[in-house]
Ligand binder design. Structure first.
Ligand code: FE2
Length: 274
């Protein structure tokens, strides 16, 4: 194995190799690292009427779903990463609430940096900020949920009704991107549930490949209904915040939740040197 070296800020480390975040391999190690097609993504974004999406987002209790959002080249790039990730899926089970598989941002950074490139694509983050009406910030480097994959691949895989509560001092926005959907699972959302002046409306949708869903985690009560036999659903989740500040107790609670319900203690509490 290569000799130990101090990780340099701004680089991802793979054994003795290092990659500039969002960039290229820069030593003699032969690695086939794919670059996320950000130009295709930007071209796709330019066809949207962002002010109209913003109005729809507000009218729907800070929730919006857009079919065929992701350009084909971008979706193909993400799908191409999935076969190699199968061995690192972490299975979790909380009786009566949740069952499924997950891969944290830490594992994705090591195995498939293309997800980080997508997450950080400047025009994409700008677009999301225009839809939600906030300047969106990246989550801190120690947040396992910054970007992650969710797998519903066994009968009964699901998650019960919950909010994506923000443990940060500001808002937390959840982005879902459909990657694979050969399932009967439905994302079910209860709009206006906390509005005493409106009747609750339930939205039920299949998270089709390429679909984008954006919502305010504190506002949207939602669940994913159970998968059947021989079904498969893979979703990418991205999380952006309006403040990266979190008090230590809430950070501990958030990490415990991520360790138990999603990624395992080893992933969440492993000592990292950034
Ligand atoms: Fe959620």
């Amino acid at each position: 194995m290569g000799e130990a070296h101090a990780p340099a800020p701004g680089f991802l480390h793979y054994g003795s190799a290092r990659v500039p975040r969002g960039g290229f391999w820069c030593n003699d190690m032969t690695v086939h690292h794919q670059i996320f097609p950000v130009a295709e993504l930007a071209r796709g974004l330019s066809r949207h009427d962002t002010p109209a999406l913003r109005r729809q987002f507000l009218a729907q209790n800070e929730f919006i779903a857009i079919e065929d959002f992701l350009p084909a080249a971008c979706l193909a790039q993400l799908l191409a990463e999935l076969p190699a990730l199968e061995p690192i899926i972490h299975r979790n089970f909380i009786p009566k609430h949740k069952k499924g598989g997950s891969i944290s941002r830490f594992a994705l950074d090591e195995a498939a940096p293309v997800f980080q490139e997508f997450y950080r694509a400047p025009r994409f983050v700008e677009f999301l900020g225009e839809v939600v009406g906030e300047k969106l910030l990246f989550c801190p480097a120690d947040d396992a949920h910054t970007y992650a994959l969710y797998y519903y691949t066994e009968a009964g895989d699901h998650i019960g009704y919950h909010y994506d509560t923000s443990y940060y001092r500001g808002s937390r926005y959840t982005i879902l991107i459909g990657l694979v959907d050969q399932s009967s699972c439905r994302l079910e959302c209860q709009l206006y549930r906390d509005d005493p002046n409106r009747a609750t409306e339930t939205v039920s949708l299949a998270l089709k490949p390429g679909m984008l869903v954006v919502f305010n985690g504190d506002m949207l009560y939602h669940r994913v209904t159970p998968a059947g036999q021989n079904e498969r659903r893979v979703a990418l989740t991205l999380e952006y915040v309006t403040s990266t500040s979190m008090n230590p107790y809430r950070r501990f609670v958030s990490n415990m939740k991520d360790a138990i319900a999603y990624f395992g203690f080893k992933q969440v509490f492993k000592v990292r040197r950034h």
